[in-house]
Design a binder for this molecule. Sequence first.
Ligand code: DX5
Ligand code: ZN
Length: 218
Amino acid sequence: MKKIMVSPSILDSDFTEIKKTIKLLEKSKIDFIHFDVMDGNFVPNLTFGPKFISQIRKLTSLPFDVHLMIKNPEKYINEFINAGSDYITIHFEATKNIISVLKKIKSKKIKTGISIKPKTPVNKIVKYIKFLDLILIMSVEPGFGGQKFIPEVLKKVKFLNQFKRKYNFLISIDGGINPETAPLAIGAGVDILVSGSAIFKSNNPSKVIRKLYNSYKK
Ligand code: DX5
Ligand code: ZN
């Protein structure tokens, strides 16, 4: 049975309680912490930068799954490398220099990822697969937590699974993932569930995380 991984997005968590949140995530034995970096340009929202990530790095050894929703990530990639990221995912739609950015990330022994928005055809990223450790399929329009899951993107997950015979990459899905939508994503063949508001807007985050881990049993 494939092991499903969970990468909680702290975007919708209470940052004034960040130390408590990290302790809860460690106790829940999650696989990654998902950091949604937004620049107010590539997406119509602004969140945090490399300094925030480097501060959190001092609090935990959990792997950092950094999702860059920023235009021209090549301009800031060193800062995110030095901040302590374990995975850095850039957006296909955000730069013309995809291969050089992926090579730069890899040169620092950090895992590489590409993400595509719901309307971006999945065949656009096939030529990058050999450079990738992770492909992040957006199941919402990037920019905000708490949006509705777009099931049509599951076709992209199914399509990508055919390349797993030849290449070694993880498929992650991000946006509107909760205990109801997680089994659909797993059924399509994802390896990682990114979930934000379903976890942090609930009154029992640990219970929701447990449900996500158990959703493959459905
Ligand atoms: C959206 C972010 C997602 C989002 C997930 O642009 O990339 O990671 O925070 O949040 P939920 O799970 O609430 O859709
Ligand atoms: Zn994200």
